[in-house]
Ligand binder design. Structure first.
Ligand SMILES: [Zn+2]
Length: 114
């Protein structure tokens, strides 16, 4: 139910943003999906399409997902590299002491409507 709760959070947040910006009908929502969260896009879209029918303000909204690669930086040599899994070891110096600089967030990029 990981994707189900994310869909719920997106809808709740978008409702708040729409009300604050006097949007009555949300048409498009763009969400950046950091791959660190291992969200399955199809599953998220599936839950979103079910849940949006219960909320008039988002019932016509289309959800666009932009997947973001995971990019980490080595704290030792400052090398930046992208990874496919959660095993973050610097390919330049072999240090496991790294920090995530991209791909760690789920962000609502924009909400469009009228
Ligand atoms: Zn390094």
């Amino acid at each position: 139910m990981h994707e189900g709760s994310i869909a719920r959070n997106i809808i709740d947040y978008v409702q708040k943003v729409a009300e604050e910006n006097h949007i009555n009908t949300v048409k498009k929502i763009v969400v950046k999906l950091g791959k660190l969260h291992a969200v399955v896009p199809d599953a998220l879209l599936f839950f979103f399409d079910i849940m949006k029918k219960e909320e008039k303000i988002v019932e016509d909204a289309v959800l666009h997902l932009e997947e973001e690669e995971i990019v980490v930086r080595c704290k030792k040599c400052r090398n930046e590299f992208s990874v496919d899994d959660r095993y973050f070891v610097c390919p330049a110096c072999g240090s496991p002491d790294t920090e995530i600089i991209k791909g760690g967030d789920i962000l609502i990029v924009s909400v469009e409507g009228e």
